[in-house]
Design a binder for this molecule. Structure first.
Ligand code: SF4
Length: 285
C-alpha cells in the first residue's frame, strides 16, 4: 500500500510568521496571546515552553505586558481595550486578513451591503465582522435566499472557505440584487491546499487529515474528503492513527491544515508506512 501526500503541507506563511515573531519577541512571564496563537494544540504547547502563554480575558492584562495578536486577528473592541490598558502589542495578524478587512471596510463605505461567508464564532470571522458592524454573516449559502438584500451587495469569504461555497453564495445573492461585487478572499495557502487535495482524492479511498480538531481550514479539508465519498480520519498526531484504517489495496492519502507543523505530517506518514504490509514508498502528489 502506498501513502500519497498532498504537495501543500506544513505551516502557511501567515502561521509561520506569527509563530516566528512570537518566539523572537517573547519576554518570559510577560508575553501572552488572547486565546491560542494558532489552532494547533501541539504548537500552542511548544509556544508555552518558549514563554508565550494563552489567556482568555483581556481584563487580566496589566500595563507593561506584551499582548500578541494572533494570525486570525482580534476584534476592534479588544484592540481598543488593549490600547486603553497601555498593554504593549505585537500584531501578527496575517497580511491576507488585513487586506480582506480593508476591502470590506472600503466596500461598506461605498454603500455596499456586505455578505460574509464564514463560520460563526471563529476568531477570524469575529475579528473581520467587528470592523464592519452591518455585515451579514452567512454560515451557508442556503440561508442567503431568505435575506432581503439591498441593491448593491459585496460578497466576501473567510480565508478557509471553499471556492464552491463562495460561488454558490454569489449565485444566490446575484438573483436578489442589482449590483454584485465578489471578492475571492479565500487565501492563497488555502487554495493551494484544496487544489492539491482535489488532485489526490480520485486516487485514494481513505484520507488522513492531520491538524488541530479546532482548526477551520483543517476541518474544511476533511469535509472535502467526505463530500468526495472518502473515508476520512482526522488526527492531530501520529499517536491518533489506527492500523485498521488501512483496509484496502488502494493508496491512502495524507493532507494537513495550515497550522500543522511539517514534522507532525512526517511522523504521521512514517507511522502509516510502518503499518503498511508492503511498505511501498510514499509519493508526493
Ligand atoms: S490560512 Fe491563509 S489567512 Fe490564515 S494565516 Fe494562513 S495564509 Fe493567512
Amino acid at each position: 500500500m502506498k501513502v500519497l501526500v498532498t504537495s501543500a503541507v506544513g505551516f502557511c506563511s501567515g502561521v509561520r510568521r506569527a509563530v516566528e515573531q512570537s518566539i523572537k519577541h517573547a519576554i518570559p512571564g510577560r508575553t501572552f496571546t488572547l486565546g491560542p496563537l494558532i489552532h494547533n494544540p501541539q504548537v500552542v504547547q511548544f509556544l508555552e515552553r518558549q514563554g508565550v502563554l494563552a489567556r482568555e480575558r483581556l481584563e487580566s492584562f496589566k500595563s507593561g505586558e506584551l499582548l500578541i495578536i494572533p494570525a486570525q486577528g482580534i476584534t476592534k473592541a479588544f484592540l481598543e481595550l488593549a490600547q486603553q490598558r497601555r498593554v504593549a502589542i505585537l500584531d501578527t495578524t496575517c497580511p491576507e486578513l488585513t487586506r480582506t478587512r480593508n476591502l470590506m471596510m472600503k466596500s461598506a463605505a461605498e454603500g455596499y451591503q456586505i455578505a460574509f461567508l464564514g463560520d460563526p464564532g471563529h476568531a477570524e470571522t469575529e475579528s473581520l465582522l467587528s470592523f464592519v458592524p452591518d455585515a451579514i454573516l452567512i454560515p451557508s449559502s442556503n440561508l442567503a435566499s431568505t435575506i432581503a438584500w439591498t441593491k448593491k451587495v459585496a460578497v466576501f469569504a473567510q480565508s478557509t472557505q471553499t471556492l464552491e461555497a463562495l460561488q454558490s453564495l454569489s449565485q444566490v445573492v446575484l438573483a436578489k440584487t442589482d449590483e454584485l461585487r465578489i471578492f475571492n478572499t479565500i487565501c492563497q495557502a488555502t487554495r493551494r491546499r484544496q487544489e492539491s487535495l482535489r488532485r489526490l482524492l480520485p486516487k485514494v479511498r481513505t484520507l488522513v487529515v492531520v491538524g488541530g480538531l479546532n482548526s477551520a481550514n483543517t476541518q474544511r479539508l476533511a469535509e472535502m474528503g467526505k463530500s468526495a465519498g472518502k473515508k476520512v480520519c482526522h488526527v492531530e498526531t501520529a499517536e491518533d492513527l489506527d492500523p485498521r484504517w488501512l483496509d484496502s489495496d488502494m493508496p491512502i492519502g495524507v493532507t494537513s491544515g495550515a497550522s500543522t507543523p511539517i514534522e507532525v505530517v512526517r511522523e504521521v506518514v512514517a507511522q502509516l508506512e510502518q503499518f503498511s504490509v508492503f511498505g511501498e514508498k510514499t509519493q508526493k502528489n
